[in-house]
Ligand binder design. Structure first.
Ligand code: CUA
Length: 118
């Protein structure tokens, strides 16, 4: 039983290392996927470490949206099939609101999330 667990952890570690090798432009960066779709942003709370370079890979599941974090002066269009890579270098600690920056339908104003740098 213990041996199996060990093997599982080794395999998991290997897979994580493998997936990490090719998808990151900055190998030291933390990579977080964010998906926008009418009318949500997932995850609704994005946790980022203050001392860590973080890459947000923001994609849309339907139409064009905008990933805006006014408090960090981030404003990125997110087009279908073209995920936006947003690099957060050393953002100050705090809670920032994320809003949709491109009119995407009647509930555009309801699209929101929170970015927490801690
Ligand atoms: Cu999504 Cu506006």
């Amino acid at each position: 039983m213990k041996k199996n667990l060990h093997f599982f952890l080794l395999t998991l570690g290997f897979l994580l290392a493998l997936s990490g090798c090719c998808s990151h432009s900055d190998p030291a960066a933390e990579h977080i996927k964010v998906v926008m779709k009418k009318y949500t942003i997932e995850p609704a709370v994005i946790h980022v470490k203050a001392g860590q370079v973080t890459e947000l890979e923001v994609s849309t599941a339907d139409v064009q949206h905008g990933f805006d974090v006014p408090g960090l002066r981030i404003k990125e269009p997110v087009r279908p099939g073209e995920p936006a890579i947003i690099t957060l270098k050393t953002p100050p600690k705090g809670e920032y609101s994320v809003v949709c920056g491109i009119i995407c339908g009647p509930h555009h104003d309801d699209m929101g999330a929170k970015l927490i740098v801690e």
